[in-house]
Design a protein around this ligand. Sequence first.
Ligand code: SIN
Length: 331
Amino acid sequence: MKKWLLAAAAGAVLLAGPSAAQQPIVIKFSHVVAEKTPKGQAALKFKEEAEKLLPGKVKVEVYPSSQLFGDAKEMEAIALGDVQMIAPSLSKFDKFTKKIQVFDLPFLFNDTDAIDRFQESAAGKDLLKSMESKGLLGLAFWHNGLKQISANKPLLVPEDAKGLKFRIQASDILAAQFQALGATPQKLAFSEVYQALQTGTVDGQENTWSNIYSQKFHEAQKHITESNHGALDYMVVVNAKWWNGLPQDVRDGLTKAMTIATKTNNDIAERLNKEALEKIKASGTTTVHVLTPAQRAQWQKAMKPVWDKFEGQIGKDLIDAALKSNSAKTN
Ligand code: SIN
């Protein structure tokens, strides 16, 4: 009897598992950029804050630079529960919803403040929940900034891009944008871009200053045009089922940590992009061109047909809401 009681007690201890209960929840946060970028820094800030707010309860492992999973694989990994958190560029949700592709429309936003106002608006916040039926829940938007366009020849007017092959993210809108210029788009994972530029698999690319500098794209591109023609921001997403199954106190702590990390990201994004631009200029590898207002108007006109092509899929209301954010007083 005594033996039975002892065995039962031991079993109960194992099942209730004080040791198991003390195991922290491991959150693998995978992303594709370098640590010295807005997203790279914000992911580290999230780890710091989450572990501070939930001591012993969570352990956040951050995997930068496609170390764990690259672009397409990280989407699969979050669905399978191999990672718990990713922060893809908004362009990469193309397969899940066309709504988020509103951010890809060329020359939609005047500046990052406008993007910020749109993300803070009711229409913008709704997008965080727009993929729940597909198992993805958005926790926050993180800024990177506006994209610049590069090649080994000056790109001053749209005709300069004609006949060239450009690397793009996996977005049909971005494909249409380059087709509108008479150029050929090629969808490639971020981790493959440097080599593709170096070997001439593609002639050019579009990205933010911080991504161009941290990936050394400028070393393989003689000319970059400061076109600011499109947005490159992120959505931090989790597997909705995993998130909803977390204890309430853990979800609350992670939500707080995310708010702090988002602020860090958005406070440093513009500065890091400006610093990257200065470093590219100082490197002497690349000429940076600034468009005249007339040249900029030509790019806008050449890319505008993309709006009509995708209006049906994105929704006119959403495009109008985004456009409204260009004036300071929206919401
Ligand atoms: C990123 O900033 O996460 C990568 C964007 C890209 O694929 O160009």
